[in-house]
Write a protein that binds this ligand. Structure first.
Ligand code: NIG
Ligand code: FE
Length: 399
C-alpha cells in the first residue's frame, strides 16, 4: 500500500517559523488570491487545519514543529493523470524527438502492454508513480482507466486505482478499442452499456478523448450523458491536438473540467468564461510532444478558472512533477508564479469540485508541502531543483 494512506486522528500540532505561507484564502494574509502570510504558523488538529496566522499569535498546542524558515504551500492537487498502465513508450518518444508527430494511435501500444500485465504489476506501477508524485508535493490526485478498453480490463484498472484515491475517472472512451476498429458504433455502445455498468461502481468521473482519431462530438455527448445517468460526473479531454467541439460540449454539460485546451477559438474561451468548467492545462504534454503551448494568459485574461496538472502517462507526458509543470507554465504559457501556484493547488481542487483540499485554511485537510526556499516563487525561478523537502498529508508527515 502506498504511503499516501493514513491520517492523523488525534492531537494538535503547531508548525511554526514558516518564512512564507500560501493559504489560497484571500481573507487571510495579504488579501491576494494566494492569501500569503509572512512569518507564519499553522495549527493542525487531527487531519485538518485548525488555524493559520502570524506566528507570534499562535495558540498553544500538544506538539510543535519548526519549519526552519522554509516556505509552506498547500499540497499540489494533480487533477489529471493516467497511472494505471504497463510498459513504456521510449521508442515513440525518441521518434518524436527526431521529428515524428504525436498521434492518439500510440495509445494502442500501452493498451497491449496493460492488457498483458498482471494485477500485481499494475498495482506496483500505480504505487510507484503515486509515491513519486507525493515526494514532489502532490497530496491529491485524480487518475483514470483508458488503457484496457475491454469490460474486464477497464473495471480492473478502476478497481486498482480506487484503492489509492477517491478521484477515479472512467475513460473507456480513450480511443476506439482495436478490437472494434471496423465498428466504432458498437464500441460506443459497449462503453455506454456493459462497460459503464462494470466501471461505474469504482469511479466518480467519466471522461472521453474528444479528438480526430478518437471520438467526435456526437459520440462524446452520448458517452458523457450515459455516464451522467449512472451518477458519474463529466470531464473531457478537449481540443488537445486540433480545434473541435470538446470545450463547448464540456461547458454545455457542466463538466468539471475541459482538459488540455491547447487549440481554442474565441467562442471556446467565451464559453469557458461563462460557465463553471475549469480549463485544465497540461504543459507536460506540449513539452513531450513538441507541440505549441496552451495560452494560459488568454484564458486568465478572459476570466476563466485555470488548473495545472501533469497528465502523467507513458505516451504524451511521462512526468509526475507538478513543479516542472509550474516552471513550464510560467516560462512559456504567460502565467505569473503566483497564478501557476494557485492553478496547481486551488485550481486543481476546483477541477475536482473539492473545497477540502488545495488551501491551508481552517477546515481544509492538513495537506502541506515544505519548500527549501523562502517562497513559492522559487518553484519557477529554480526549475528542475528538488525544492520539496517535506510533505504532510491528512495531518501526518509522509515525506
Ligand atoms: O491526455 N490525449 C489523450 N490521452 C493522453 C495521452 C495518452 C497516451 O498517449 O498514451 C493525454 O495526453
Ligand atoms: Fe490525459
Amino acid at each position: 500500500m502506498s504511503s499516501i494512506s493514513g491520517s492523523n486522528t488525534g492531537s494538535t500540532t503547531l508548525i511554526t517559523n514558516i518564512a512564507s505561507l500560501v493559504t489560497n484564502d484571500s481573507s487571510l494574509g495579504d488579501g491576494s488570491p494566494l492569501g500569503l502570510i509572512q512569518d507564519a504558523a499553522v495549527v493542525i488538529d487531527g487531519d485538518r487545519i485548525a488555524w493559520t496566522g502570524d506566528s507570534r499569535k499562535a495558540p498553544a498546542t500538544d506538539n510543535r514543529v519548526d519549519a526552519g524558515g522554509r516556505a509552506v504551500i498547500p499540497g499540489f492537487v494533480d487533477s489529471h493523470s493516467h497511472l494505471v498502465f504497463a510498459g513504456d513508450r521510449t521508442q515513440e518518444f525518441n521518434a518524436r524527438m527526431s521529428g515524428r508527430a504525436y498521434s492518439a494511435g500510440g495509445i494502442r501500444t500501452t493498451v497491449a502492454a496493460t492488457r498483458a500485465a498482471s494485477d500485481e504489476e499494475l498495482e506496483r506501477n500505480v504505487v510507484h508513480y503515486l509515491d513519486e508524485a507525493l515526494r514532489q508535493g502532490t497530496t491529491t490526485f485524480e487518475t483514470k482507466s483508458g488503457y484496457g478498453l475491454t469490460v474486464e480490463d477497464e473495471a480492473r484498472a478502476l478497481r486498482i486505482a480506487s484503492a489509492h484515491t477517491d478521484e477515479v475517472t472512467y475513460l473507456g472512451a480513450h480511443i476506439v478499442s482495436p478490437d472494434y476498429a471496423d465498428d466504432p458504433a458498437a464500441y460506443v455502445a459497449l462503453v455506454t452499456g456493459e462497460m459503464l455498468d462494470a466501471c461505474a461502481p469504482y469511479a466518480r468521473w467519466i471522461d472521453v478523448f474528444c479528438e480526430k482519431g478518437a471520438f467526435d462530438g456526437d459520440q462524446a455527448r452520448a458517452i458523457l450523458t450515459a455516464g451522467r445517468a449512472k451518477g458519474l460526473h463529466p470531464r473531457i479531454h478537449a481540443n488537445q491536438l486540433s480545434y473541435g467541439p470538446g470545450v463547448q460540449l464540456a461547458v454545455e454539460l457542466d463538466a468539471a473540467s475541459a482538459d488540455h485546451c491547447t487549440h481554442l477559438t474565441d467562442a471556446d474561451v467565451d464559453a469557458l468564461a461563462s460557465g463553471d468548467t475549469v480549463a485544465t492545462l497540461l504543459p507536460g504534454a506540449e513539452f513531450s510532444t513538441r507541440a505549441d503551448w496552451p495560452d494560459a494568459r488568454r484564458l486568465l485574461d478572459a476570466g476563466v478558472t485555470v488548473a495545472l496538472s501533469t497528465d502523467c502517462n507513458p505516451g504524451s507526458s511521462f512526468t509526475s512533477s507538478v513543479p516542472f509543470c509550474i516552471a513550464l507554465a510560467v516560462r512559456d504559457m504567460g502565467m505569473t508564479p503566483d497564478e501557476a501556484l494557485w492553478s496547481a493547488t486551488a485550481g486543481g481542487a476546483r477541477a475536482l469540485r473539492r473545497t477540502d483540499v488545495g488551501r491551508v485554511a481552517p477546515g481544509a485537510y492538513a495537506d502541506l508541502a515544505f519548500l527549501d526556499a523562502p517562497s513559492h516563487v522559487h518553484l519557477a525561478y529554480r526549475p528542475g531543483v528538488p525544492l520539496v523537502s517535506e510533505v504532510w498529508r491528512r495531518g501526518v508527515r509522509t515525506v
